[in-house]
Each structure stands twice: as structure tokens, then as C-alpha cells.
Design a protein around this ligand. Structure first.
Ligand SMILES: C[S@@+](CC[C@H](N)C(=O)[O-])C[C@H]1O[C@@H](n2cnc3c(N)ncnc32)[C@H](O)[C@@H]1O
Length: 215
């Protein structure tokens, strides 16, 4: 589990910005390890990795330890308070210091593509059109054959669809339909029960040709 201080920082932002933060406590070590395990190099030289929605940085910590000198790590985080924490923690980190961008992923354009994107965005909280736009942006930002690694809270969508208000039910249904369309891209999945709440990591591979309806 994250340090108590980190947890309290996260909790306080969760109270202020519940929709975009989307959790009450940072991800557990086990979940963070499962998120970075698919980040592997190939014969193609240094890796370019993008983390989206880093919070106080538990996944970033694992990434900085996994990557090698020469690899490139960008971190895009919407919340300025989290960015302050990320700068304090990771500026000058070795062997790879992430470049922290205080930005909305939909407005972020590095001018190149990534081998891996790792994201903890709470899509179940977002309107369906926004989730669709985010998936589209993720696939645009990935190299063909690159991987998109995401987690969501286990059963979160199902509970929302069954017990939420009218708007929540519709949103959950639309998100599940969207993700069903993306199911052929899934190349790996793992449940992590030791997290608050338990979560599922999904790995999708960007096809060589982007199908506009699915991406
Ligand atoms: C569920 S938290 C995950 C935090 C961290 N990765 C973890 O696992 O503990 C989601 C994070 O996404 C960020 N976020 C939400 N919408 C975003 C957007 N459009 N662009 C970039 N970051 C965003 C939030 O500020 C928050 O830090």
C-alpha cells in the first residue's frame, strides 16, 4: 500500500475532484506491478512509454524502476496538486526521470508515438463520449502493435449498471458496449484482489490499421 501521507493527499483530492480522481486510495503495489509487467522492450531500441493519470505516482515508481537508461517516460496528469507531488518525487530520478506534463490527455500532443501507454483513468466516471474520445486518442498515440495497459475496478461497471441512477446506468451500459467492441484487441488480463477495491488489468494491442469505429 502507498505511504499514509500519499494516501491522505490522494484522499483529499478525491473529495475535491471525485469524478476525475475516481478512487479513494492510490493503487496497491500488486496492482502497480501488474500494470507495468507488460512493459517490455524489443529489438527496436529504447522504449517510449506514456503514463496517463498518475495520481501521487505509485505506478510511476514501478515504471522508473523497470525502464532502462535511454528509455523515455512521459507522465500526463490533469490535477496540479498531484503534479506538484510528482515533481517533488521524480525530478532527477534514475535511471529514467519521467517528464511530467500537467495536462488533459485529450490536449496532449508529443509529436511522436509510444510503444506502451499505461493508464489509470477512471473511465466509468466519464460520459460515454469522453471515454470514446480518450480511447481514440490512446490508439492515435500508440505505435502500431503497441500496447495499452489499463485497470478498472472489478464489477464497478456492472454495479453501476444495475444499481446506479438512470444516467449512471446508461453511462455504464455505453462504456461496456464500447469496451465490447474493443474486446478483439485484448491480449492479456489479470485480476488483482489485493487492492482497494479489487481491480482488473487489461492489455490491448493497437492493430496496424486503425478501425475508426472501434478506436
Ligand atoms: C484512479 S486515479 C489513478 C491514480 C494512480 N495511477 C494510481 O493508480 O493510484 C486517476 C487519475 O487520473 C487523472 N486524470 C483524470 N482525468 C484525466 C485526464 N483527462 N488527463 C490526465 N489525467 C487525468 C486524475 O487526476 C487521477 O490522478
Amino acid at each position: 500500500m502507498a505511504g499514509v501521507l500519499d494516501g491522505l493527499k490522494f484522499l483529499s483530492q478525491s473529495f475535491r475532484n471525485g469524478t476525475t480522481v475516481g478512487a479513494v486510495w492510490p493503487s496497491s503495489r500488486g496492482l502497480c506491478e501488474a500494470m507495468v509487467r507488460p512493459v517490455v522492450g524489443g529489438a527496436g531500441g529504447p522504449l517510449r512509454v506514456l503514463e496517463v493519470g498518475a495520481g501521487v505516482g505509485p505506478v510511476t515508481t514501478e515504471l522508473t524502476q523497470r525502464l532502462l537508461p535511454g528509455d523515455h517516460l512521459d507522465v500526463v496528469e490533469l490535477n496540479p496538486a498531484f503534479c506538484t507531488t510528482l515533481h517533488q518525487r521524480f525530478d532527477g530520478a534514475s535511471p529514467v526521470a519521467p517528464i511530467i506534463h500537467n495536462a488533459d490527455i485529450l490536449e496532449f500532443d508529443p509529436g511522436f508515438r509510444y510503444n506502451h501507454i499505461v493508464s489509470g483513468l477512471p473511465l466509468a466516471n466519464f460520459p460515454a463520449e469522453l471515454s470514446e474520445a480518450i480511447y481514440t486518442r490512446f490508439f492515435e498515440l500508440l505505435e502500431p502493435g503497441g500496447t495499452l495497459i489499463m485497470f478498472h475496478h472489478l464489477l464497478g461497471r456492472e454495479v453501476l449498471r444495475m444499481f446506479g441512477g438512470t444516467k449512471d446506468r446508461k453511462r455504464a451500459q455505453q462504456l461496456m458496449e464500447l469496451e465490447e467492441r474493443l474486446a478483439p484487441l485484448v491480449v492479456g488480463s489479470r485480476n488483482v484482489l489485493l487492492n482497494m477495491p479489487p481491480a482488473r488489468v487489461l492489455v490491448r494491442r493497437r492493430p496496424f490499421e486503425l478501425d475508426r469505429r472501434a478506436s
